[in-house]
Design a protein around this ligand. Structure first.
Ligand SMILES: *Cc1c(COP(=O)(O)O)cnc(C)c1O
Length: 466
């Protein structure tokens, strides 16, 4: 399997190189040069398989000869063995047609564990036996940071520096990062906002000398391997609900367009998906883009769903590329226009292509609260605010009778306990395996939000790549 960049001019890479690189050198994102497909019989044969065996069947064509099926299975066993539910991602029924797919049974209680646990193992596997090292640098508004740190803590050949905005993430989120005391983990509280932290990370990647010396790598959802790992649960859930003989719809609480793009990939591979609902909060750039063709930045409003409070959805570029005849040069021009003016229009082909599968919905605070109450009162389920954005959209989705609608439950309610308690009156408790989070020692540095301060800190601690 070969990987090409959405902007057409970066080198074509194999799976291993695309995984280690993250972002393409022309500023684009990697994706496969053609979608592998599964026949009806191959999809039907997934019925009854464990999550790990489903994962191997779905991911093997993407991994190609970067590893054997046995190696891939061993890594999946290791990654998903750390989940606290035997089904890894259990389905829960809410009413006749409405379902939840619980993606939060991993070590840090959000769906990002599903992909990052595996990515950490891929990194270690690809570095083993070489003298190469990786320095992972990231900015987090909460969930990505904790999942990435848990995934690489103590792993050979990798250091991780994670920036978070001081005082702007929840205590649970901060402690999930700062209580990991492995010597290769560095937490930095930035005296600034999440956007400041993200701008610093971008500046470090753009500093060629710095990024080459330390072999900087990204773990946000621009990394193709993360999306690939997320394709698996669309197959797993749909097959349990009757695919390939029955179509299934999915409602996806969306920020960076990573999770819902994985659903699109599943559909391209042959999974019968009736609709993919892109559910946004009031930060609705994607809803505007999909409903009117206007992709333009607004100011970010803070909400009880911080993982969806975004200005720009990086992975949307992958969809625009795939729906625009995969013309990298044309997309590079379109994206350059967006980057300079903060706005662009989708082409007719992009809008029409998207409308065939996607439907978008913007969910405000009141509807989010009502969805949390509905889940609690009608189905006895306490759900987190992000999940509630998806469920609110699912409850008003118009699909033919008998089509099951699966809302992706992206975080454990205890991760956002205050918001859950405000909406439902119920205070969710942390699962016992993380219950001592508030008794553990914390370690992190606090630094001013300047390029010089951060790079000096990293230069003193990171180990240069050979
Ligand atoms: C990251 C995240 C999202 C958004 O997912 P994208 O792949 O960025 O669209 C939604 N909910 C939670 C809890 C998250 O952590």
């Amino acid at each position: 399997m070969r990987y090409i960049s959405t902007r057409g001019s970066a080198p074509v890479l194999d799976f291993e190189a695309a995984t280690l690189a993250g972002l393409a050198s022309d500023g684009g994102l990697y994706l496969p040069d053609a979608w592998p497909t599964m026949t009806r019989d191959e999809i039907a044969a997934l019925a009854g398989l464990s999550y790990v065996d489903t994962a191997v069947a779905v991911m093997a064509p993407f991994v190609g000869d970067a590893m054997t099926r046995e190696e891939l299975k061993a890594l999946c066993d290791q990654a998903y063995g750390r989940f606290s539910h035997a089904a890894v991602v259990p389905l829960v029924q809410l009413d006749h047609d409405q379902w939840l797919l619980e993606l939060f049974h991993g070590p840090t209680l959000a769906f990002k564990d599903v992909a990052l646990q595996l990515l950490g193992l891929f990194f270690e596997r690809f570095l083993a036996g070489t003298d190469k090292r990786l320095t992972i640098v990231g900015a987090t508004s909460g969930d990505t940071g904790s999942a990435a740190i848990d995934a690489v803590a103590g792993r050979e050949g990798i250091d991780i520096f994670m920036l978070h905005p001081v005082g702007r993430i929840s205590d649970v989120q901060r402690r999930q990062m700062t209580t990991v005391l492995s010597p290769n983990v560095y937490n930095i509280a930035i005296e600034g906002s999440f956007d400041d932290a993200q701008a610093l990370v971008k500046a470090m990647f753009n500093d060629r000398a710095f990024s080459t010396k330390f072999a900087l790598s990204a773990v946000n959802s621009i990394n193709w391997a993360r999306l690939m790992a997320q394709v698996v649960y669309f197959f797993y859930a749909a097959v349990r609900l009757g695919a390939p003989d029955r179509e299934v719809a999915f409602a996806v609480p969306t920020g960076n367009f990573g999770d819902v793009f994985a659903g699109y990939v599943a559909a391209r591979m042959g999974l019968p998906v009736a609709k993919l609902v892109v559910a946004t909060n009031v930060n609705d750039i994607l809803h505007r883009a999909l409903s009117t063709g206007d992709y333009s930045k607004g100011g970010v409003q803070q909400t009880p769903t911080p993982s969806m409070d975004i200005q720009v959805s990086s992975n949307f570029e992958r969809l625009l590329f795939d729906l625009g005849d995969r013309d990298g040069a044309a997309l590079a021009t379109q994206m350059a226009g967006f980057e300079s003016s903060g706005a662009m229009r989708l082409t007719n082909a992009q809008s029409e292509g998207a409308a065939a599968l996607f439907q978008s919905d913007r969910v405000d605070l009141d509807d989010m609260t009502l969805a949390m109450r509905w889940a609690h009162e009608h189905a006895g389920q306490v759900i987190d605010p992000h999940t509630a954005i998806g469920l609110a959209a699912a409850l008003r989705l118009d699909v033919p009778a008998g089509v099951p609608i699966v809302t992706l439950a992206t975080a454990h309610p205890a991760k956002f306990g205050d918001a859950v308690e405000r909406a439902t009156g119920v205070r969710p408790s942390l699962p016992t395996r993380v219950g001592d989070l508030f008794d553990r020692e914390e370690r992190y540095a606090t630094l001013p939000a300047t390029f010089d301060a951060i790079t000096a800190y990293i230069t003193e601690r990171a180990r240069p790549s050979a």
